[in-house]
Each structure stands twice: as C-alpha cells, then as structure tokens.
Ligand binder design. Sequence first.
Ligand SMILES: NC(=O)c1ccc[n+]([C@@H]2O[C@H](COP(=O)([O-])OP(=O)(O)OC[C@H]3O[C@@H](n4cnc5c(N)ncnc54)[C@H](O)[C@@H]3O)[C@@H](O)[C@H]2O)c1
Length: 389
Amino acid sequence: MKKILITGSSGLIGSELCEKFAQANWEVHGVDCYLRSNLLLSKEAETKGQIQSLQKKYQNIIQYNNNINELEVMQEIIKDMDAIIHCAAQVSHPRSLEIPLKDAQINVMGTLNLLELTRKYNSEIPFAFISSNKVYGDMPNRFRYKIVDDGYHKRYENCEYDSFDEKIAIDQCHHTPFGVSKAAADMYTQEYAKSYGMKTATFRGGCLIGKNQKAAESHGFLGFFTKQILLKKKLRIFGEGYRVRDNIHSSDVAEIIYLWINSPRPELDGKYGKTYNIGGGRKNSVSIFETMAAIKAKTGISPMYEDAQERQADHLWWITNMSKFKNDYPEWEGITKDLDYIFNELIKNYQDIYGLQFELEDLDYFKNLTKETEVILKSYHKLSVVNNL
Ligand SMILES: NC(=O)c1ccc[n+]([C@@H]2O[C@H](COP(=O)([O-])OP(=O)(O)OC[C@H]3O[C@@H](n4cnc5c(N)ncnc54)[C@H](O)[C@@H]3O)[C@@H](O)[C@H]2O)c1
C-alpha cells in the first residue's frame, strides 16, 4: 500500500484529499495541529472534527496532531512516504496584516522545512504545494474593468481578458504579508525542483469551496455569506459588491491534485517545479452582489449588509484560466461541480447544522446568468476604451 503525507489534513482541502486517497487505497498520514480557529479568531472555524469523522470511516487514515514545524516528528513521517501534499497554512490575507510573523513562520518556514526534509530524506517522491492566486498580489487590478449592472448581473467585467493564466507578473505590486508568504513558499517549491531535481508542483488556488469549509469572515467568503444570510445576520461588504470570484469545489481540487500525484509531468527540459492556476472558471464565477441575489432567490431570505472599507490588495476580479493544466492532463474531465451544486450544498449544510426551516428553491439560478454574461462579454471585448477604475 502506497503512503501519502497530507498536511492540513483537517482543513477543507486536506480532508477532501485524505478521503480521496483513502478511497484509492493509499495509506494516508495526516498532520494538523488545528490552528485555523485560533488564526482566524473564530470558534466556528475549528476543523478538528473533520479528520475525526473521516478516521471513523476509513481504517487507512493515520492522524498526527502536530505542527508542520516540529522537525523531528516530520522527519520520521516524511522518510517513509511515497508522496506529499502540503495544504497546512495560515490562509487569510486580512489576518496576515495583523500576524505577519506567525504567517511567515507557518507559510514560509513551514513549507521550507518540509521541502528540506524531503530533499534530505526522500528526494524522489512527488511534492505538491497548494499555493494561492494571491501570489499575483493586486496585479490583476491593473487591467481595465467595467461595471455591468443590468438588473440580473451586478459585477465587474474585465475588458481585456476572459480569464487569468500563470503569466501575470508576481512582483512590484501590493500583496499583503499572506501574498508574500505564499509567493515565497511557491517559489521555494519551484526552486527545489530546479536546484535539487525534486518532483514538485504548485497549485495556485482561487476560491476553493465545499461544505467542509469552516468559513469565517476573514476566509471563505461564499460559505460565510451563506451562513450569515441564513442566520439573518448582517454582512460587511469590503469595497464594492461588484467584485468577482470564480469558485472550485474541493472535490474538483482533489481530483486535479490526485492526477498530478499519480503522474507528475516535467517541463520540456525534464525538470519539475511547474505552476498551475486552479479555479472554477467563468461558469463558476460570481460577484458579491450576485451571491446575495442567488441566496435570496433560493431561500427567500433577504440579505442584510453594510459597506465596509476595501481590504488591502483585494482582487477586483479573478477568473481562472486552467488551459495549462488541461494541456498537460488531457485526460482531466474538467470541473464537475457547478455553481448551482455549490450553493445548494452550502445552503443544505447550514440548514442541517442550525436546524433552519425553509424550502430550498431548487432552480438552476445560474444557468441564465452564465448565458447572458457570455453575450455581454462579447460586446465588451469589442470596446476599445472603457472606464479605467
Ligand atoms: N480555501 C481557499 O479558498 C483557498 C484559496 C487559495 C489557496 N488556498 C490554500 O489551500 C490550502 C488549504 O486551504 P484550506 O481552505 O483547506 O484551509 P483550512 O484552513 O481549511 O485548512 C488548513 C489546515 O491547516 C492547519 N494548520 C495551519 N497551520 C498549521 C501548522 N503550522 N501545522 C499543522 N497544521 C496547520 C489548520 O488547522 C487547518 O486545519 C492552503 O495552503 C491555502 O492557502 C485555499
């Protein structure tokens, strides 16, 4: 039986990966010290229960309640593995402004320690790092955008690009300490392939979502918005609600990483260290305003919100271009969970947790939104000059 180390094993992506590899008959070794709620200052962000319930389901998951910076423990585990997926992180960009040293300790030193232990004790195995599109800092904000507001759509639209690939520059812009710590870890991961010949890759996530996310105001907007609206609590909108994010379900993320771990593919020069953007793409993109409208249409509950100051280095608009991964892995079946699935899953989950009584309107709210957006987009790309925000 092959063995895999998954750090951050009790978090959204870590736990999804633990289940995926356990089902595929790997011996899964999870490491998590349950820092999420402490880092995000939110009791509801506690992740411990996740790995505990998986362990009840699968005999082949072994869990270590350790910090990834505990070198002796990590050395012993890593020596014995056939693959590593590194998901443990301080995950919030607003929180990183308040705890920059802790952020760097976990994201930079934690990743570097794991890479170095792997280089010393098990350098032949694949090592996947879950990075972030925040490595691009606020560079995406430097393109031309226009507000679309036609009663159905209420969003920014990029007048130059349909989606962003990996070619956007990552420096000479504003990141927040989180963007810097993820970029450093991302580059170390690439470098360990270039300098030491290790089999690494980095996966730069957009918004990763699923019912197992322990959403908080400082991380996990879709889950947090859904929860607050259903509980009839007031939301804060940081900057305007026209901001667009694409969303990818954690099970789709797990499939992408699973494909890579089973068949890492090098660059043309034979070296590894590839970077991939991963996200839900245009069809899974939604603005803050559209999110609130969708939840209202599905539940009948009107969101309450107030405006708050824009967050530093926050993307105005991000839609992921996954062509690079698609080209490298033509066997990949693509995104399998659409926005409607994602919203319904989140709503049903919070309904169960909080025992909420209402009928979920099971309409495909996003079908028209996507179709209409494509029509509008076509006319936008023809415009030569538009408002520069
Ligand atoms: N969720 C998203 O929208 C998103 C977007 C882009 C990138 N990512 C990246 O994906 C990865 C996984 O994110 P997630 O959403 O599953 O986050 P998560 O917070 O749900 O999971 C991370 C887990 O790591 C654990 N952890 C944190 N520091 C640790 C440490 N020092 N030692 C051991 N365990 C530690 C936490 O307790 C938590 O259970 C992270 O690297 C994150 O930066 C996430």
